[in-house]
Design a protein around this ligand. Structure first.
Ligand code: MAN
Length: 222
């Protein structure tokens, strides 16, 4: 038994915390069962506590840890459910994905439903341009462009990213991410209308269902 326990404890060093807690709990359950059934002697350990009590206490601690970690994962899931992922949760699938574009001194990155950032190409680090807060709709009124990458005219989804890194002598950085229907996810251009207030123009298939416009076919028509 001692040899077996030793082997299992060595294994534990290589396991993630949850797996090692699980194994320890199972060993304690087995130990309690073995003592109850007279297979293992209920010797007193150094602290004067019987093995049965030690095992039961450890099993209780393991169960408490399990409750704590499950409760925090439940809270995380509940916070996630409260987030706005748009009509039909369309942006949920894009969560965690990022797209970026090169623009002079910087590379600009959009991480869907997460954050926007400005990355210095001269090694001056990353600047947070805002954290996702909500999805709005606004009217776009822009002319055609030769490359076809224009927001065009009509109602567009605008993702708001706020409370980014503080601007020297100014507000915290924020970004409005304007979306229009396109075949692939792509950051078309980034502008800074006022100091530290950014606008990203992005083409994405995620905007095709929500926005109907002449020339843009909906999924049903394809
Ligand atoms: C950096 C960049 C710019 C911004 C200035 C403000 O250079 O984030 O976009 O305008 O800081 O000081």
């Amino acid at each position: 038994m001692a040899e077996l326990t030793g082997a299992v404890y060595n294994w534990e060093a290589y396991l993630p915390q949850a797996a090692s807690d699980f194994i320890r709990e199972q060993i304690n359950v087995l130990r309690i069962w073995a003592i109850d059934n007279g297979i293992l002697a209920d010797n007193r350990a150094a602290a004067g506590e019987s093995r049965l009590v030690t095992a039961a206490r450890e099993a209780l601690d393991a169960a408490k840890n399990d409750i704590t970690s499950k409760t925090s994962s439940l809270e995380e899931q509940q916070r996630d459910l409260e987030k706005d992922y748009g009509a039909d949760d369309i942006f949920r699938a894009l969560k965690g994905k990022c797209i970026s574009t090169d623009a002079g001194e910087y590379e600009y990155e959009l991480c869907w439903i997460d954050r926007t950032s400005q990355k210095s190409k001269k090694g001056h680090g990353n600047t947070n341009m805002g954290n996702f807060v909500r999805i709005d709709k606004e009217m776009a009124d822009e002319g055609e462009r030769a490359d076809g990458k224009s927001l065009g005219k009509g109602e567009r989804l605008v993702l708001r990213y706020e409370n980014g890194q503080g601007c020297w002598n100014g507000p915290n950085r924020k970004t409005d991410v304007w979306l229009t229907c396109a075949e692939k996810d792509e950051v078309w251009r980034v502008s800074e209308s006022e100091k530290c207030v950014y606008k990203m123009e992005v083409g994405t298939p995620a905007a095709c269902d929500a926005v109907q416009e002449p020339g843009v076919r909906t999924k049903d028509e394809l």
